[in-house]
Design a binder for this molecule. Structure first.
Ligand code: ZN
Length: 390
């Protein structure tokens, strides 16, 4: 029985993904593309219509006679809320099934205490839903993305350097205050999910997302699957060692990649070289003004980043790398050196297989990513969340 149930779920997910990618599409074409029997397609699509995830559209080419009935994703039939949780601020986005943002909201958090944060978030989520008058039955769930080591399966924040949390069962805390399931995830993973589901990542099997900002993150899609490692903690690209004799990183080790390129380190390196810059904007302004120290700091950052990315290319042979995050705004000063270093350090022809894309990120991007935590469940073979909410 279990095996039959799993097969049904895999079929369901395959059908839904074909409708998402190729809809509006006829049932016969779905059967052809998925190699699932027409009877099973009819059965599964009836269930998907009942769940409100797809709908029948009567159009398409007709050569006389009846026009075929096509199936399309019911984007506005289902909603999710994505929350980007930072230490003093939370950004919320209500999105539809296509991850299009319907409305957004941001709050300043008055306390970092997990119970207080869950109270404040629950209130903000209710505000957003009340403001948009969305039928509560159409809300699928809430995704929360935050920096740190996150056990997404159990909804536990194992360690968050910025919030100072250790082993906080935050998904449970928030779920107790809401009527919806909550999925907690690492913020870089959430961004990667959205690129995989809705961005350029939907056309490739091997995708890496590198984020620059307060830290350096890495999200991996390998063989078409999100890769998180044995305990979900993989992707600590920022803490790969560049120089064993280097400066001591926040993690306690020496010479991590982050110590060259993460925002706080750019400022610290400026200070070490006699340039006063209180914020990253100050440092950027100095670089734009042609300040030699600022330009050198960014160039070194680009070089180290390029070496690191070349190592990733050599290890994984990805077809697409997306560089994103707030740090992208310094791209004019970082990316030329980064591209040179990538070209210099990639092995053989591997560099020719990969497309590099730069995508700036805002608070909205991250909140949309958090929504992706829930949306991904809809398109995965084993939709945990539909079982939870039914
Ligand atoms: Zn480190």
């Amino acid at each position: 029985m279990a095996r039959r149930q799993l097969l049904k779920e895999i079929n369901r997910s395959a059908i839904l993904n074909v409708i998402k990618a190729h809809g509006p599409i006829a049932r016969a074409d779905i059967a052809r593309r998925t190699q699932i029997s027409p009877a099973a397609v009819t059965h599964q699509t009836a269930a998907l219509i009942e769940d409100g995830l797809i709908f029948e559209k009567q159009e398409g080419n007709s050569r006389g006679g009846r026009r075929p009935i096509l199936l399309a994703l019911n984007a506005t039939g289902t909603y999710v809320v994505g929350v980007k949780l930072a230490e003093t601020r939370a950004t919320l986005a209500l999105t539809d099934l296509n991850a299009e943002i319907v409305t957004r909201h941001a709050i300043d958090l008055s306390s970092r205490d997990p119970v207080s944060v869950s109270d404040q978030l629950a209130e903000a989520i209710s505000d957003v839903l009340n403001r948009t008058h969305i039928d509560h039955n159409r809300m699928l769930g809430v995704g929360v993305g935050m920096a740190g080591i996150i056990d997404s399966v159990n909804g536990i924040c194992r360690m968050s350097p910025y919030n100072g949390w250790h082993n906080v069962p935050f998904a449970d805390l928030l779920e107790e205050r809401l009527d919806y399931p909550v999925i907690l995830g690492n913020d870089v993973s959430t961004l990667t999910l959205v690129e995989k589901l809705y961005g350029p990542g939907q056309h490739v099997n091997d995708l890496l997302v590198v984020t620059l900002g307060r830290g350096v993150g890495l999200g991996m899609v390998l063989n078409g699957q999100m890769y998180r490692g044995a305990r979900g903690s993989g992707g600590e690209f920022g803490h790969t060692t560049i120089d064993p004799q280097g400066v001591i990183c926040q993690c306690g080790k020496r010479g991590c990649l982050e110590t060259y390129i993460a925002d706080p380190w750019l400022l610290r390196r400026a200070a070490m070289n006699g340039l006063t810059a209180d914020t990253v904007d100050d440092l950027l302004a100095s670089a734009r003004g042609g300040d030699g120290v600022a330009l050198h700091i960014y160039e070194s950052a680009g070089q180290v980043l390029g070496q690191g990315i070349a190592n990733l290319i050599n290890l994984f042979n990805p077809s697409l790398i997306i560089v994103s995050g707030e740090g992208v705004r310094a791209g004019d000063f970082i990316f030329p050196a980064m591209r040179d270093a990538i070209a210099k350090h990639t092995f053989g022809q591997l560099g020719e297989d990969v497309v590099l894309r730069i995508e700036p990120a805002s608070d909205d991007t991250w909140a949309r990513g958090a929504a992706g935590l829930v949306l991904n469940e809809v398109f995965e073979a084993q939709p945990r969340i539909l079982q939870l909410s039914s």
